[in-house]
Design a protein around this ligand. Structure first.
Ligand code: AOF
Ligand code: ZN
Length: 381
C-alpha cells in the first residue's frame, strides 16, 4: 500500500464522518473512486434505509461523467477500471439495500482498498469473497485503527450486543460537580455546553437517573439554541432519552416529558402510577439491590439498535457504571473555578485506600472556550 492509498483512505474516512449524527443503527461509511490519479466519485452513507457509501460514490461518478446516476450502465461507463477506497468491507447481503460488492463488480471496479472488515456477521468476510471471486484485487486493512475508532459503537453492538458507553461530566478545577443540595447549573461555560450538544447529537440514546432529571428539570434534548454552529434545519436527530427510575418517581409534569421526542423509562416493577403521553414508554427490567441493573439496560439498548450511548448522570449512577466496568470513555469538562470541599465529587466510589484507586489513561485533552475537555478511558494495564 502506498502513501497515496493512505491519503485517499483518509479522505474516505472524512466522508464517512459526515454521517455522524444520521446513520445509526448503521455504521458510518465513506467511499472514494479513483482512476488514473483522479478522484471520479465520492460518497458516504447518510442514513439507514438509504444507499450505501459505494452506491453514492458510483452515482456521483456517473453524474460527473454526464450519465444517469440511477443507471448501473452509467456507473460502469464512468467507473470501469477504477480503484475503490472504502472505509468498511463492501456488503454482500441484501438488507434494506442491495449488495455493494455486486454493484462494484458490475461497475467493473478493478481494485478495492478497505479500512476494516465488517463486524456484521451477515457480511464479515463474505463481501471480500464475492469481490475476489469476480477477479477484483482486494487490499487492506488500511488506517484500520481510525476506522475502528470511528465506528466503535457499531463494532461493539455487532460483537457484544451492547452499545459503546460514554459518560459526560462537568467539574471545577478542584474536581467538584455539584453543591451538596445537588444544584449544579452551571459549572461549565456556554462553549462547553455547546460541545455537549454535539456529543448528544452523535449518540443514539442518553441515559440519566431520575434524581438528576428531577433536580435539574432537564429536558435532555439536542437544542439548536445551545449550539452556536448547529447543522441546518432537519438534521438534528433526537436521541432516545432513557431514564432509570427504579421506583417510578418521575411525573408527567416535567420539562423532560413536555418535549415530545421518545423517552424510555426503566423501572423495576409495579403498576404505572400516572397516565403518560404516547412518546413515553415504560419497561420493567431486572433489579439489583432495589435498583435497575445497568447491564440489563445496555442489553436492551443493544437490542434496540443503539450503537452509542451517553450517560449524563450524577455521582451515584455514574459511579455504578464505573464500578461495574461499563464505561468505555469518560468525557470531563473542567471549568476554571473552585467549588470547595462541601461540594460533591464526580463518582461515588467506595475507595478509601490508595490501593483502591481506579487508574485512567487520558486519550485527549483540549480547550473548549475557557474550559478543558478531557477524554479518559479506564486503564486496563
Ligand atoms: C456497506 N456500505 O455504506 C454501509 C454498510 O440495512 P442495510 O441494507 O442498510 O444494511 C446495513 C448493513 O450493511 C450494516 O449493518 C453493515 O453491515 C453494512 N453497512 N455496508 O457496504 C455502507 N453502511
Ligand atoms: Zn453496502
Amino acid at each position: 500500500m502506498t502513501i497515496t492509498d493512505r491519503a485517499y483512505m483518509a479522505e474516505a474516512l472524512g466522508l464517512a464522518r459526515r454521517g455522524l449524527t444520521t446513520t445509526t443503527p448503521n455504521p458510518m461509511v465513506g467511499c472514494l473512486l479513483v482512476r488514473d490519479g483522479e478522484v471520479i466519485g465520492r460518497g458516504w452513507h447518510e442514513r439507514a434505509g438509504g444507499p450505501h457509501a459505494e452506491i453514492n460514490a458510483l452515482r456521483d461518478a456517473a453524474r460527473s461523467a454526464g450519465g444517469d446516476p440511477d443507471s448501473p450502465g452509467a456507473w460502469r461507463d464512468a467507473a470501469s477500471g477504477a480503484t475503490c477506497y472504502v472505509t468498511l468491507e463492501p456488503c454482500s447481503h441484501t438488507g434494506r439495500t442491495g449488495p455493494c460488492a455486486e454493484a462494484l463488480v458490475q461497475a467493473g471496479i478493478a481494485r478495492v482498498v478497505y479500512a476494516m472488515e465488517d463486524p456484521n456477521p451477515e457480511v464479515s468476510g463474505a463481501g471480500f469473497m464475492r469481490l475476489r471471486e469476480a477477479g477484483v484485487e482486494v487490499s487492506g486493512p488500511l488506517l484500520e485503527e481510525d476506522a475502528l475508532a470511528l465506528n466503535a459503537g457499531f463494532v461493539r453492538r455487532m460483537t457484544r450486543g451492547r452499545p459503546w458507553v460514554r459518560c459526560k461530566l462537568a467539574m471545577s478545577l478542584d474536581g467538584r460537580t455539584a453543591m451538596q443540595s445537588g444544584e449544579s447549573r452551571w459549572v461549565t461555560s456556554r462553549r462547553a455546553r455547546e460541545d455537549v450538544q454535539r456529543l448528544r447529537a452523535a449518540s443514539c440514546a442518553l441515559i440519566s437517573g431520575v434524581d438528576t432529571v428531577l433536580m435539574d428539570n432537564a429536558s435532555l434534548t439536542v437544542r439548536r439554541e445551545d449550539w452556536i454552529e448547529a447543522p441546518s434545519e432537519g438534521e438534528l436527530r433526537q436521541p432516545l432519552r432513557v431514564i432509570l427510575d427504579s421506583n417510578q418517581r418521575l411525573k408527567p409534569d416535567c420539562a423532560l416529558v413536555k418535549n415530545a421526542s421518545p423517552i424510555l423509562v426503566v423501572h423495576t416493577g409495579g403498576e404505572l402510577r400516572h397516565e403518560w403521553p404516547e412518546h413515553v414508554e415504560h419497561i420493567e427490567l431486572p433489579a439489583l439491590k432495589g435498583r435497575v441493573r445497568v447491564e440489563a439496560v445496555l442489553d436492551e439498548l443493544g437490542r434496540r439498535g443503539c450503537n452509542n450511548v451517553l450517560v449524563e448522570a450524577g455521582a451515584t449512577l455514574a459511579g455504578s457504571f464505573l464500578r461495574r466496568a461499563l464505561l468505555d470513555e469518560i468525557i470531563i469538562y473542567m471549568a476554571p473555578k473552585l467549588m470547595g470541599n462541601n461540594a460533591r465529587g464526580l463518582f461515588d466510589l467506595p475507595v478509601d485506600k490508595m490501593s483502591g484507586q481506579l487508574p485512567l489513561h487520558i486519550n485527549d485533552i483540549r480547550a473548549v472556550g475557557q474550559d478543558w475537555r478531557i477524554t479518559a478511558v479506564p486503564d486496563m494495564d
